[in-house]
Design a binder for this molecule. Sequence first.
Ligand SMILES: Nc1ncnc2c1ncn2[C@@H]1O[C@H](COP(=O)(O)OP(=O)(O)O)[C@@H](O)[C@H]1O
Ligand SMILES: O=c1ccn([C@@H]2O[C@H](COP(=O)(O)O)[C@@H](O)[C@H]2O)c(=O)[nH]1
Length: 210
Amino acid sequence: MKKPIVIGVTGGSGSGKTSVSRAILDKFTDVSILLLEQDFYYKDQSQLPFEERLKTNYDHPFAFDTDLFIEDLMKLIRYESIDQPVYDYAMHTRSDKVIHREPKDVIIVEGILILEDERLRNLMDIKVYVDTDDDIRIIRRIKRDMEERGRTLDSVIHQYLSVVKPMHQQFIEPTKKFADIIIPEGGQNQVAIDLMTTKIASILSDNRQK
Ligand SMILES: Nc1ncnc2c1ncn2[C@@H]1O[C@H](COP(=O)(O)OP(=O)(O)O)[C@@H](O)[C@H]1O
Ligand SMILES: O=c1ccn([C@@H]2O[C@H](COP(=O)(O)O)[C@@H](O)[C@H]2O)c(=O)[nH]1
């Protein structure tokens, strides 16, 4: 039976997962690709006061609504559409909007903990880990969180040292062993992007001949 190709792209925060996913996406002009970000599936915390939401550990598997993520991914694999939740980083909760997404022949699933759950891993055809040094990742994160996520320098440093770094070591780094491909240094690794693109094109061509 026809089935979309599912590519999982993981790595630590600021490793370049989104950049790698977009670089792959941009290589395909004639095939439309769906990018499904795990971040959109952070749990709804609207029932908690804002001050309480600040205390949540966003780097622990419990922070995600993984059942809903799997349910949506399975629908897309069955070529059914989904109403994807939308996450608001500034408010630390789900927004009341949803985005209607149509299924595609190629799905890129991207996020820090997508290889942590065995059920999710089993839905992926190709698993990629973007491996970037910790110092580069924290520099990128400081810049991004201050520019795009409304954070102060002190809050980014405090969150990194108290939560992001230990959770990375406990939950994210160990998932490297599940990856088929480990890409050093994110989005600028043109050879890795080209290899991925060639592999996806070859699977697509095989699928068309079936
Ligand atoms: N290879 C790279 N060189 C320089 N900057 C990069 C590179 N890859 C990503 N960035 C920048 O680092 C930040 C985080 O990258 P992103 O792809 O969003 O990482 P992630 O999705 O893993 O958190 C972004 O501002 C992005 O533009
Ligand atoms: O409300 C939130 C939700 C998430 N985070 C942080 O985001 C990163 C994951 O996003 P990347 O794009 O992979 O960096 C994660 O490390 C969380 O700490 C947050 O700060 N607040």
